[in-house]
Design a protein around this ligand. Structure first.
Ligand code: NAP
Ligand code: FER
Length: 341
């Protein structure tokens, strides 16, 4: 046992609009030898997620925001290198919220530490397909969206961590899946994993209701479930093309996370009444009771080849802000991850 030198990213300045590299600062620290009840961990992977943008704002929300001058936090998986907690031993693989750093020493409860579930998956899968984003897809689609075989499911942000899993669960449930993503490569990848129709929203000719027209063409029988990762024009188009009693799990609205002024809602909200739409926001944190069922189903689907997952990997702690910023310009296909060692 000994102290270990680590680097960690600190929150330097609150972004206005799009975050920039100078909003983060890399510091070198010592991860001390563990004291009684503490565990020392070397992180192998960390995740960057869109929700972190909200934590950079000075607004009250479900969870406290990042504090200026303090280390950033977020999901990570790592290996125990020393332990003075009887529940952990060197070599154990653990998840925690002590991401954005190479190594740390902490009491397990202080950083939300858990041993990784036994599963035939690489550790970083627990930051993506078998972790928070995968559970988000599972809960949002199945519990809130309630898809029935033969229905049409429209998914925005479809080539991302959550969206790509939503598309494939919807196929498993016998639905027709229409997806939206930006760029030819993402379109090709989504078709390769079984999506029926893909709209390249970045290639649509601009014009009034352009996305609604593209969606109507891709979903001629209308939309029964819309899984919203994007908000804005995508939500408007989904409402335009909705069938009576459509369900819309609102997972995220990444198109407006960097907005600097209040954003208008869809102009067609009156349709919600006549079409009897159910539009419901949700947070994955309220649904961890579904995690055991999720891990069982997801493990079986991956083993059976019914769910495929992609990762976009940046190497080294230095790259963490770049990886985070790239989420807002579509730099990832599947889960965006930073490999630390
Ligand atoms: P992700 O989809 O892997 O990455 C973000 C993607 O968003 C980018 O790759 C980009 O893809 C797309 N994007 C960025 N700016 C956009 C814009 N202006 N218009 C359209 N698309 C844009 O991220 P994720 O982790 O899976 O998260 C997806 C959504 O789910 C986010 O809204 C996130 O906040 C939400 N989420 C919610 C919960 C919850 O509990 N409610 C949990 C996890 C995630 P393109 O190249 O296609 O533009
Ligand atoms: C997300 C967007 C928003 C997310 C969580 C939130 C876990 C939470 C918002 C809040 O607490 O107000 O992608 O993912």
């Amino acid at each position: 046992m000994s102290s270990v030198t680590s680097r960690e990213w600190r929150f330097r300045s609150r972004p206005v609009g799009e975050p920039k590299p100078s909003d983060f600062e890399l510091a070198t620290v010592e991860s001390a030898e563990p004291g009684d009840g503490q565990v020392q961990v070397r992180n192998l992977w960390m995740t960057v997620d869109p929700y972190m943008r909200g934590r950079m704002n000075e607004v009250k929300s479900y969870a406290p925001g990042f504090e200026l001058g303090q280390a950033m936090t977020g999901g990570a998986v790592g290996e125990v290198i020393a332990s003075r907690d009887p529940g952990y031993k060197p070599g154990d693989l653990v998840s925690s919220m002590a991401g954005w750093r190479e190594a740390f020493t902490a009491a397990p409860a202080a950083v939300g530490m858990n041993k990784l579930p036994a599963a035939n998956l690489p550790p970083q899968a627990f930051l993506g397909v078998a972790g928070m984003p995968g559970l988000t897809a599972y809960v949002g689609l199945l519990k809130i969206g309630e898809p029935k075989p033969g229905e049409t499911v429209f998914v925005s942000g479809a080539a991302g961590a959550v969206g790509s899993i939503v598309c494939q669960i919807a196929k498993i449930k016998g639905c027709r899946v229409v997806a939206s993503a930006g760029g030819k490569d993402k379109v090709a990848w989504l078709k390769g994993i079984g999506v029926d129709e893909v709209i390249d929203y970045k290639a649509i000719e601009p014009g009034p209701q352009a996305l609604s027209k593209a969606l109507r063409a891709a979903a001629p029988n209308g939309v029964d479930v819309y899984f919203d990762n994007v908000g804005g024009d995508h939500l408007t188009a989904a409402i335009d093309c909705s069938n009576p009693f459509a369900r819309m799990p609102i997972c995220g609205m990444i198109s407006i996370y960097n907005a600097t002024r209040p954003q208008p809602g869809p102009y067609n909200m009156a349709l919600i009444v006549g079409r009897q739409l159910k539009i419901q926001g949700f947070l994955v944190f309220s649904h961890y009771d579904m995690q055991p069922a999720f891990l069982k189903d997801m493990g079986a689907w991956i083993s059976a080849g019914k769910i495929k997952y992609e990762e976009t990997v940046m190497n080294g702690i230095e790259k963490a802000p770049d990886a985070f910023l790239a989420l807002f310009s579509g730099g990832n296909t599947g889960k965006m991850l930073v490999k630390l060692s």
